[in-house]
Design a protein around this ligand. Structure first.
Ligand code: IVH
Length: 752
């Protein structure tokens, strides 16, 4: 791999990891398994190691994930809350031990093996035995103050009991005060979780309100603790277990196993059991024992944590920025089950892609009953040789939708036929009966073929688009989940998403999400929520609306870039900028064809060669003019494919219909266009590493505002934009009295 390729790859991986961090920590809606996540991160770490020139302090490999939400006060932890390194094999667990043996130069190491609770990390601070604060892990050094919400947890003691724990034993050994004396300050670490029963109760309630269901208890626990409404938190029963120590003054215990006894003496809820062991063979055996027991626990567990028992030794080996060297997590294989594949049904998504879904004989797996699983796509079904009637193995990796892993062809019923999607749907969209077309797709690195419903007005596509329009990342019209969206479309109340504005409150309130025999009325409260949210959405900027309207090829970041370069939808629909992008693509194509050495069209004579050389020079000049002028600072996101599909979309019936509707509704989202020429005539010099903007991004922003970027500082330089480790350019600027700004100031000037 060349450094340029590595740089690109690193950037791509960082943004993928950041997205999954956001989904997991902040939204509590992960899309991939922990294993896939770790592999992604390892891939990134490997590359950063091989190409250290691209390493960066703000890479996700250098940080603890960030779970902070808006609306909570931030509080610093007295002792940092670290995360744990994950391992997936016995060999990795043994390697952990080998590392410690080497570091400590002794092999008689004792460990504790403990369940790894699949909840939400929390740190409780008790002062003189009184609970004063509960804080989430946050970024490790500081987290959200969730005290009010934590106080709704019934099993959480407000005061520590003065029971006889190791601190008492120590006291008699002269290390601490009299019996029952409590530490002045102690941070106690644990996990907040939700029981399976409570989880089911809440999901049933959400189903009744037409809201999307939570995927698993961990997600609900995480979502609940971050609600700003403590009364709602109290209604959802959370629970807590404690297993660790942060800052403690004075010190009361000297080891992990003593700590457990102390936590017990203080009257705190503990994990069912821990295994104090000697050496790594015993630890590995304990990991196996725990696996056999853990499904009976009240909380979900996805692994075991192996910790060096003795605190002195823990301190001796220390921690990295992210995780202790004295502990690791071992992740169990996700639970699997066998069941019968009864049928393969076809779902149609918002873009019209037909995806196969496995309809299963219901089977109990990882705390819930499963009757459907994803089959990804037709190629995958072929590759895994999965047929209707087969016995199949399904996997539920904690967080995500269950998937079909494999079939057992040796036990296949006679006559089971290979699955053919086109035949299964009779060549038509199973929802609207329209034609379907083959589409080459590249998903997750694999090439494949998908079938797509060609009818933009297909009910499934409409419902998909409406659900998306209302989703958090789009216009955040809470209350319109997939079920409500489907209902509104089914009743023909909504054709295009903005039609939602025409549905009266009473109609929303009386929606029946159940059946005629068993009605489930949506209700006034939920309906009012929708009305308030849709009104609030009117004021959202162009970028949000553009994303929400499902313009083909326009994802979140493209929408942002377009939103910053257009004043409103009308301007975008007939975008000069996008036409210029297409014009440049046309020139480039011509340039390739006219090149004298073009393979498709080689020069026929010397004369021809000369003529074409001149033509190419002219084309190059034209392209250069575009690059320096209207296209200066335009990022790659806005390429010919995006330009073509956006212009085409707004010129076609669906786009025109949307624009007309928004006009009638008097919704006119505004772009966040930078004042043209803000930096006209100004020259910038960049030096050092900026905290969040990449160098190219900063440059693009300056160029887009009409400024120039130069490589060296002179008296003519308007500003030096300096980041970390700025070098001689910064010194020169100071010498010459050139103003020096940082990223924050640049952002302020540009309003970005
Ligand atoms: S020890 C500094 N023990 O898992 C040591 N953590 O994936 C880190 N977790 O941040 C904590 N059960 O929130 C420890 N028995 C246990 C745990 C546990 C769950 C969480 C904890 C940690 C995360 C790392």
């Amino acid at each position: 791999m060349t450094p340029a390729e590595a740089k690109k790859q690193i950037a791509a991986l960082r943004s993928q990891v950041a997205r999954h961090d956001e989904l997991y920590y902040r939204k509590a809606k992960p899309e991939i398994t922990d294993l896939d996540y770790d592999q992604l991160k390892r891939g990134l770490a490997d590359l950063e190691e091989k190409f250290p020139q691209f390493a960066s302090a703000d890479s996700p490999t250098q940080r603890v994930g960030d779970d902070r939400a808006q609306g909570f006060k931030e509080v610093a932890h007295r002792q940092k809350m670290l995360s744990l390194d994950n391992t997936y094999s016995e060999a990795e667990v043994r390697a952990f031990h080998a590392r410690l043996v080497k570091l400590l130069e002794r092999d008689d190491l004792r460990y504790t093996v403990e369940p790894k609770i699949d909840g939400l990390a929390v740190s409780l601070t008790y002062e003189e035995g009184k609970l004063v604060r509960a804080v989430t892990r946050g970024q490790g050094d500081k987290g959200d103050d969730i005290t009010v919400n934590a106080l709704t947890i019934a099993s959480l003691p407000r005061e520590l009991a003065r029971g006889e724990g190791p601190s008492f034993a120590k006291a008699s050994a002269g290390r601490q005060g009299a019996k029952g004396e409590l530490p002045r300050v102690v941070e106690i670490r644990g996990e907040i979780y939700m029981t399976a029963a409570e989880f089911e109760r809440i999901n049933a309630e959400r189903a009744a309100a037409g809201e999307d269901l939570y995927a698993n208890p961990r997600n609900v626990a995480a979502g609940t603790i971050k609600l700003l409404d403590a009364a709602e938190v109290a209604r959802r029963k959370l629970a807590i277990v404690l297993y660790g120590l942060g800052y403690c003054e004075p010190e009361v215990v000297g080891s992990q196993s003593e700590l457990r006894a102390q936590l017990k003496a203080w009257g705190l809820p503990l994990v069912e059991r821990i295994w104090p062991v000697r050496g790594i063979d015993e630890a590995w055996a304990a990991i196996g024992e725990l696996d056999a027991l853990r499904r009976n626990f009240a909380y979900g567990t996805d692994g075991a944590v192996v910790k060096l028992d003795d605190f002195e030794l823990q301190r001796a080996v220390g921690s990295t920025d992210k995780a202790p060297r004295w502990a690791i997590a071992y992740k169990y294989k996700p639970d699997t089950a066998r069941t019968r594949l009864c049928a393969i049904t076809i779902q149609v998504g918002k873009t019209g892609i037909l995806s196969p879904v496995a309809e299963l004989e219901p089977v109990f797996l990882s705390l819930s009953t499963i009757s459907r699983a994803t089959l990804h796509n037709e190629d995958e079904i072929r590759r895994k040789d999965i047929r209707v009637g087969d016995l199949v193995e399904i996997e539920r990796a904690g967080e995500v939708i269950p998937a079909v892993l494999r079939s057992f062809p040796e036990e296949r019923p006679k006559g089971a036929k290979e699955f053919n999607l086109f035949e299964a749907v009779g060549g038509k969209c199973p929802v609207c009966g329209s034609k379907i077309a083959r589409l080459e797709v590249a998903a997750e690195g694999a090439e494949g073929v998908a079938w797509k419903c060609q009818n933009y007005d297909c009910r499934a596509q409409r419902a998909g688009r409406l659900g998306f329009f209302c989703s958090r990342r789009a216009l955040a019209i809470d209350g319109v989940g997939d079920i409500v969206a489907a209902k509104l479309v089914e009743l023909d109340l909504v054709r295009d998403p903005p039609d939602l504005y025409d549905v009266p409150l009473e109609t929303l309130a009386t929606l029946n999400l159940g059946t005629a025999e068993e009605p489930r009325i949506f209700g006034e409260k939920n309906a009012t929520k929708i009305v308030a949210a849709r009104e609030a959405a009117r004021a959202l900027p162009l970028e949000k609306w553009l994303y929400a309207l499902s313009v083909p090829d326009v994802g979140e970041s493209t929408a942002r870039e377009l939103g910053r370069r257009h004043r409103n939808l009308a301007e975008l629909a007939d975008s000069k900028l996008l036409r210029t992008v297409l014009e440049k693509a046309r020139l480039l194509e011509q340039r390739e064809l006219e090149a004298p050495a073009s393979r498709k069209n080689p020069a026929k004579s010397d004369e021809d060669k000369v003529r074409r050389k001149e033509l190419c020079a002219r084309l190059d000049a034209e392209i250069a003019v575009l690059d320096a002028g209207p296209l200066a600072g335009v990022p790659q996101d806005i390429g010919p494919a995006v330009a073509a599909s956006t212009l085409e979309f707004f010129a076609g019936t669906p786009g025109k219909r949307l624009l007309a509707k928004l006009r009638t509704l008097r919704i006119d989202p505004q772009g966040t266009v930078m004042e043209a020429g803000l930096f006209t005539g100004k020259t910038f010099v960049l030096t050092g590493t900026l905290p969040t903007l990449k160098r190219e991004e900063a440059e693009q922003n300056i160029l887009a505002a009409g400024g120039k970027v130069s490589g060296s500082v002179s008296k003519k330089t308007s500003y030096v934009l300096a980041g970390d480790e700025a070098g001689s350019k910064l010194e020169k600027a100071r010498e010459l009295g050139v103003p020096v700004i940082d990223e924050k100031e640049l952002r302020k000037m540009l309003k970005i």
